[in-house]
Design a protein around this ligand. Structure first.
Ligand SMILES: C[S@@+](CC[C@H](N)C(=O)[O-])C[C@H]1O[C@@H](n2cnc3c(N)ncnc32)[C@H](O)[C@@H]1O
Length: 252
């Protein structure tokens, strides 16, 4: 799609008096063949149209997660006297590469993307062809032995996961697998909606992350609740960003 065609896409959001759960939010788009509804969690559809993901989440709904994580990671590493130029990062739930672009700006030595959707890799190669050293289409919750071996070869010293955990997205097992692919002493940076860290959380994330912190598997260097984006109602959606150093594997 040309830039001119991209600019002709019209986007409509629900009235802000209509309330939806975050994984049921939607928009209408008109890309010259009539209006159609796309659920926000239908990432494959969003990625397929050049620029749509950025317009909906970053321009209209003011998503700030990748830049927040980059700033927090850079500051934490500077405080710890660690060299960001030595970081080889596994970007888990990579999408079309927005977090990787931030990491490259920060000066990491390399980023490998992983995402369950082939449409995400296609979009990353289309939109940000220079940010990834490599990009694997895999389900991190169900890696085959070959897929695991291929990723282990990179000997990652860092992992990022931005806006990819919970809901219909990645489950705790996928987080564990990504985390365990990082060498001990590597840097971990992730975001998760605050409700997934509450004591009432049934997803398993709260228990996994809280025990990793309390037993020293993850040494936290920075942690902040921030506005991830606004909902279609205009209300803020709060996430927590956690930056830390991996001390050992998460147990299965
Ligand atoms: C909201 S997008 C975030 C994309 C990117 N990190 C960003 O901040 O723009 C979440 C991504 O996680 C991916 N994802 C969900 N479950 C996954 C899994 N089990 N393994 C790998 N990727 C997964 C989705 O396909 C989607 O591209």
């Amino acid at each position: 799609m040309t830039a001119a065609a991209k600019d002709r896409i019209r986007i409509a959001l629900p009235e802000n008096s209509m309330r939806y759960e975050q994984d049921s939010e939607w928009c209408l788009i008109d890309s010259q063949d009539g209006w159609r509804e796309i659920r926000f969690h239908d990432y494959a559809e969003l990625y397929t149209i050049t620029g749509l993901y950025e317009r909906v989440f970053y321009e209209i709904l003011q998503c700030s997660s990748p830049s927040t994580v980059r700033t927090m990671l850079v500051d934490a590493m500077r405080r710890a006297g660690a060299d960001i130029g030595r970081l080889r990062v596994l970007d888990f739930g990579a999408g079309n590469g927005i977090m990787a672009e931030e990491l490259v700006k920060a000066g990491v030595s390399g980023v490998v993307g992983v995402d369950i959707l082939p449409e995400a890799r296609d979009a990353a190669m289309r939109d940000r062809p220079d940010v990834y050293e490599d990009y694997h289409v895999v389900d991190m919750a169900a890696l085959t032995e070959d897929e695991h071996a291929a990723l282990a070869r990179y000997r990652f010293t860092g992992m990022t996961s931005v806006a990819a955990l919970g809901f219909g997205d990645a489950p705790p097992d996928a987080f564990r697998e990504s985390y365990n692919l990082v060498e001990d002493g590597g840097w971990i940076a992730f975001t998760i909606k605050d409700t997934f860290l509450s004591d009432q959380d049934p997803s398993g994330f709260s228990a996994l992350i809280k025990s990793a912190i309390s037993d020293g598997t993850l040494e936290v260097h920075a942690s902040e609740t921030y506005q991830h984006r606004i909902a279609t109602t205009g209300d803020p959606l709060h996430y927590k960003a956690i930056i830390g150093v991996k001390k050992s594997d998460l147990p299965s």
